[in-house]
Design a protein around this ligand. Structure first.
Ligand SMILES: *Cc1c(COP(=O)(O)O)cnc(C)c1O
Length: 434
């Protein structure tokens, strides 16, 4: 497979854009090759600028749940553009969008549209702080909530220390308000609450973690967080930017039957446009400006074109609930196929899945938290990734990202994927112990 044009494009991009990309994971740094530059995509397939074709398991990191360039999604888009793409004044589509989100997700009685997942979590936290009059928040190591200052934090050394910045440019004065606990470990949260009594505004987490590989929370863990928040008055925030409208129309909350006080969305709700949203109980959301005193705004928030695309996708998903069964079946077949191949090569790796999100952890250890994920062999992942790419299967260029399956992924796609995987794992096996 020839990547000459992509390599040239990457050289050029690096002169004008830091690292040549507008979001770090796109640089393929952890697999140490040049990224592929995309020409176009249709359904489950994607073509790079060298003309190579791939089965795409990145799917724009989640939004393209119906596959690329779905004919229904294209319909009407030109008319929407023709009517004008931004006014800075309210439109009916924003009301429709709020209605569909709140009806799908009853814990969100009201919702505010923003332009990214990052903005959604950042704003939700501000509101939770305003509402509770408290400053500290709890997050979990390995959960990703976008790149706002207070969330670029890892656990400090020692059990009860404050979070420390994971990036230069983030002041410790900010991250000291972020307390970092261990995912799926309720004791770590209880200890943190005891040490910070009446100071914690919110717990924020991905109820199905999708940014340290795929790690569904244990149900009892979510239950215990819910109880802890009820008891202490802290606001429970589910970051459903990945899981929302993917694991089911009602997100992870509906799957688990455990409901947060606030929720953040992104990815699927924008159908590929830059969209996010946060919502919650009316009592909390009424703190948002201009109704309430917590300021939050956006020139392009609720953008008419973005709302048009988002509404179309959500409307389609609402009317075709069988899609979620199909995604579950495809996800299950994928998982079983991977497991069979791993068994054949006697590789004791973990395959973890939540609906159409799937992940192969290159470790023998079941993965329940960030520390477990860190036991993965990323060198062997690199070999696997490159072999898959060479055979026309595009998986995320990182051990710690999910495979995204869309409605467009066919039986035939899966079969081709398994053929490629068989060879890729043979290469991994051969490299093991070298
Ligand atoms: C992608 C993601 C975000 C950030 O969303 P952006 O649109 O990239 O800012 C936040 N939280 C989770 C769980 C995500 O997966």
């Amino acid at each position: 497979m020839n990547h000459q044009k992509s390599e040239q494009a990457y050289q050029q991009a690096q002169q004008y854009i830091p690292g040549g990309v507008n979001s770090p994971v796109r640089a393929f740094q952890s697999v140490e090759i040049s990224p592929v530059f995309v020409q176009r995509a249709k359904g489950s397939h994607l073509w790079d600028i060298d003309g190579n074709e791939y089965i795409d398991y990145i799917c724009s990191w989640g939004p393209m749940i119906l596959g690329h360039s779905h004919p229904m999604m294209q319909q009407g888009a030109l008319e929407a553009i023709d009517a004008g793409i931004s006014f800075g004044l309210p439109t009916l589509r924003e009301v429709e969008m709020a209605k569909i989100i709140t009806s799908a997700y009853p814990a969100a009685e009201m919702v505010r549209m923003v332009n990214s997942g990052t903005e959604a979590t950042m704003s939700a936290i501000r509101v939770a702080r305003g509402y509770t009059g408290r400053d500290k928040i709890v997050k979990f190591e390995g959960c990703y909530h976008g790149h706002s200052d207070g969330l670029l934090v890892k656990a400090g050394s020692g059990a009860l220390t404050y979070g420390v910045p994971t990036s230069p440019g983030v002041p410790e004065d900010i991250t000291r308000h972020t307390l970092v606990c261990r995912y799926n470990d309720i004791e770590s949260v209880k200890e943190t609450f005891s040490a910070n009594e009446n100071q914690i505004a919110a717990i924020i987490l991905e109820p199905i973690a999708g940014n340290m590989g795929v790690i569904p929370a244990k149900k009892e863990f979510l239950q215990q967080l819910r109880e802890l928040c009820n008891k202490t008055g802290a606001v429970l925030i589910f970051d459903e930017v990945i899981s929302g409208f993917r694991v089911g129309f009602g997100g992870a909350a509906q799957q688990y039957g455990i409901f947060p006080d606030m929720v953040c969305f992104g990815k699927i709700i924008g159908a590929g446009m830059p969209v996010g949203a946060y919502g919650g109980k009316k009592e909390i959301m009424e703190w948002v400006s201009p109704k309430g005193p917590v300021y939050q705004a956006g020139t392009l928030s609720g953008n008419p074109l973005a709302m048009f695309m988002g509404l179309k996708q959500l409307g389609y998903l609402e009317q075709h609930s069988e899609i979620y069964q199909q995604l579950e079946q495809t996800g299950q077949k994928l998982q079983e196929g991977i497991q069979t191949i791993l068994n054949r090569h006697q590789l004791p790796y973990q395959v973890q899945r939540a609906g159409s999100l799937c992940c192969i952890f290159f470790t023998e250890k079941p993965v329940l938290c960030y520390d477990d994920a860190m036991t993965c062999d990323t060198e062997l992942f690199k070999i696997y990734f490159r072999e898959m790419l060479a055979q026309g299967v595009l998986v995320a260029p990182s051990q710690f990202e999910a495979m995204f399956v869309s409605v467009a992924h066919t039986e035939r796609d899966l079969e081709q994927t398994f053929v490629a995987m068989d060879k890729a794992f043979a290469a991994v096996k051969a490299a093991q112990g070298n």
